[in-house]
Write a protein of this length. Structure first.
Length: 376
């Protein structure tokens, strides 16, 4: 059997060769019909469009994407052709949570001030959104949730409509899939009308898909102070980003929000095991990457600037988003290089915070998923 693999999926060296007669590695944007026509399986990321153009005439039986997102896979085509497809739900959710928390910590330090008592509006309450909603109260944030498909399925008691969320939120964070048509369309969800409904100058975070935000509308909203601070990890037409918009936003990164080491490892593991199960080649025990890179796991809590600042410092010590922002602004033309050569980032749960002498503080740090060495 033959499998074609995106060469930027980590921790795979020598793994699939144990199960497949031929393993071909290729850049995700360079998957072509001639390459995949005799493949039994594809292991991809979001950069590979798995559609009729790529797959017609091939013998591909399964496509596994090592990502939460799956809008790069033409599901209707796969169903017609009998091609199985799988994604990796939740694999990097806590990486995106860490990204959002670091962005909020940095914005607070930039001049936004305390988050305590502010309202966070979460649009899209799936694998990522629900985790952000769960940790937000430990930063002192109130939470509003908007997710029309879930509201229809579960009842509306836990959700608010979009207009209410936009009117009442101080911070809006987007965690929706890209849906181009239909009742739950998210393509250009954040357009002129969306920003016009803001009840006050609002922080906007988009770590979902670039096309969810209409770039021209966001530029207008920033210029007219409808958006006070803006954080973009995803961009329309990426990797070719709007340089004017790049200059206007508060924090800019090249689609790396979920690129924690744990997120990458989880995505690779889930995709590989899905393929092995499909072909009846299950690893026992279930395969997982070994010997992952380490960092110093200790963060010393400093109470000198107060509890809230101390918590923000812990978040930024786990991951300082400013570093990624600076690297991207310096070379936006290296969008794909910065993604493909991203360094080691460990999630909050990897770190243990020491010098914690207050029980309530310990509970807040644990709620944010830190380990805590409590001395009380």
């Amino acid at each position: 059997m033959k499998i074609v693999v995106d060469d930027r999926i980590p921790y795979l060296e020598g793994v699939l060769e144990q199960y497949f007669g031929e393993v071909v590695y290729a850049t995700g944007t360079h998957f072509i019909p001639e390459l995949v026509k005799d493949a039994d399986a594809l292991l991809v990321r979001t950069r590979t469009n798995c559609d009729a153009k790529l797959l017609d005439g091939s013998k591909v039986k399964i496509i596994a994407t090592a990502t939460i997102g799956h809008d790069h896979i033409d599901k209707e085509y796969c169903q017609r052709r009998g091609i199985c497809w799988v994604n990796a739900p939740g694999c990097n959710a806590y990486g995106v949570v860490q990204y959002a928390l670091s962005a909020l910590a940095h914005i607070s330090n930039m001049g936004y001030g305390s988050l305590d008592g502010k309202t966070l509006g979460v649009i899209g309450v799936g694998e990522v959104g629900r985790r952000i909603a769960a940790v937000a109260p430990y930063l002192g944030l109130k939470v509003l949730l908007n997710d029309p498909p879930r509201a229809r399925a579960e009842g509306s008691s836990s959700f608010v409509d979009l207009d209410t969320l936009l009117q009442q939120s101080d911070i809006v964070t987007l965690h929706v899939p890209l849906i181009r048509d239909g009742i739950d369309k998210t393509f250009h969800l954040a357009d002129e009308r969306f920003f016009a409904k803001f009840g006050k100058p609002t922080v906007l975070i988009n770590a979902s898909r670039g096309e969810v935000v209409e770039g021209g509308a966001l530029k207008h909203a920033i210029a007219n102070q409808k958006v006070s601070y803006s954080v973009l990890d995803v961009w329309e037409n990426e990797p070719d980003v709007d340089l004017d918009l790049l200059r206007m936003v508060s924090i800019a990164t090249p689609h790396i929000a979920g690129y924690s080491l744990e997120g990458k490892s989880n995505g690779t593991s889930m995709a590989v095991n899905s393929i092995l199960r499909f072909f009846g080649l299950e690893a026992n025990p279930t395969w997982a990457p070994q010997n992952l890179p380490m960092l110093d796991p200790t963060i010393v809590f400093s109470a000198g600037n107060g509890t809230e600042q101390g918590i923000r410092d812990c978040i930024l010590n786990s991951y300082n988003i400013v570093i990624d922002d600076a690297a991207f602004r310096a070379r936006p033309d290296l969008f794909e290089y910065l993604r493909g050569n991203y360094g080691v980032r460990r999630e909050l749960s990897f770190f243990e915070v020491s010098n914690v002498n207050d029980e309530q503080l310990a509970a807040r740090l644990k709620g944010l998923t830190f380990k805590v060495n409590y001395n009380g």
